[in-house]
Design a binder for this molecule. Structure first.
Ligand code: 8YV
Length: 317
């Protein structure tokens, strides 16, 4: 009999789904109507879980999966999995480390340029026929130059470094904050986030959210100031979203480019209504190339764990 695996998020690569189906009996949790009853009946036979970084897996569900040999995260965020609990069970939790770095950094810079240059508002202006109605150049406010901006990176991990490399290529002086100074990073370390915001034209959030919640609050946004931009490609909960919505609505920051939100897919109205925001539906890693590479790593991790070995990408064992 094929091993039974539980998939909490869809995988969007047909070839990978075919391979999963050929190797395992795959249960798609998101398609099950009575999930509680299903878990009670089938939980004991599940040997592997595949989930997304943002979705993770609740501890209560893990407790209903006694035969589990691996939690394979199709992503890099581990903030939605209780890693301590998994360590206690000697349960491998794997992530797709390195696979999505470039795409997430690309989108960070894309969002920042889109925010500075009002690309989405400009698109709506043309698309809605407004240009014909208001052909005078003054109908659209002047934008801000991105090249040469002071960029502050919050979280100098893989994605932070890739975003810094890209911004540096645009002639941007880079500063960063993290839990500690990194000896192998050529950019200026600023320990205090508020100070980093004060010295930045744009703050780019690339940090893990395992321990950081609401670190970008009204005080940080005010330090960024009315000419400053916020970009978030990490996790919504790094930001106090109510503070951000107020700052955007009042023009206390110049704009924001956001791929992630506190309570996805719900996005506060103030952020949706504002022309200062450029919004994405948590899409930073959503390219064919990256999602294929990620899904292959997930397949590999599940195979390694079910063969009785320690998955190479395990963060807990
Ligand atoms: C993933 C993410 O692409 O890597 C993460 O932690 O949040 C995402 O960007 C997502 O998990 C895909 O399932």
């Amino acid at each position: 009999m094929k091993p039974q695996i539980l998939q909490l998020n869809p995988i969007l690569i047909p070839a990978i789904n075919d391979e999963l189906a050929s190797l395992y009996h795959v249960h798609k949790y998101f398609e099950i109507a009575d999930q509680a009853a299903w878990l009670r009946e089938h939980g004991p036979s599940i040997q592997a879980v595949i989930t997304g970084g943002h979705t993770g897996i609740p501890r209560a569900m893990l407790e209903q999966l006694p035969a589990l040999k691996v939690v394979a995260i199709n992503g890099v965020g581990t903030d939605a999995v209780d890693l301590e609990y998994c360590r206690g069970r000697n349960l491998p939790v794997t992530a797709t480390l390195g696979a999505l770095t470039e795409d997430v950094a690309d989108l960070a810079i894309g969002l920042l340029i889109a925010a500075c240059r009002n690309i989405c508002a400009g698109d709506r202006f043309v698309r809605d026929g407004q240009w014909e109605l208001y052909p005078q150049p003054s109908a659209i406010p002047l934008a801000r130059r991105f090249s040469g901006m002071n960029v502050g990176i919050v979280g100098m991990g893989r994605v932070g470094r890739a975003a810094a490399t890209r911004a540096a290529a645009f002639g941007c002086p880079i500063r960063y904050t993290d839990l500690r100074r990194m000896d192998d990073v050529p950019h200026e370390f600023v320990a205090d986030l508020r100070e980093l915001a004060r010295r930045s034209d744009a703050l780019v959030l690339c940090a893990a959210a395992d321990k950081a919640e609401g670190i970008v609050d009204a005080a940080v946004l005010d330090a960024l100031g009315p000419r400053g931009y916020l970009v978030n490609v990490a996790r919504g909960r790094l930001v106090n979203e109510a503070d951000l919505a107020e700052a955007v609505a009042a023009g206390r920051i110049a704009g924001a480019g956001l791929d992630v939100f506190v309570d996805e897919p719900r996005v506060p109205l103030a952020l949706r209504e504002s022309d200062r925001t450029t919004l994405q539906a948590h899409r930073a890693s959503a390219t064919w190339e990256t999602r294929t590479a990620m899904a292959q790593m997930v397949l590999e991790s599940v195979a390694q764990a079910l063969a009785g070995g320690r998955p190479t990408m395990s963060l807990t064992t």
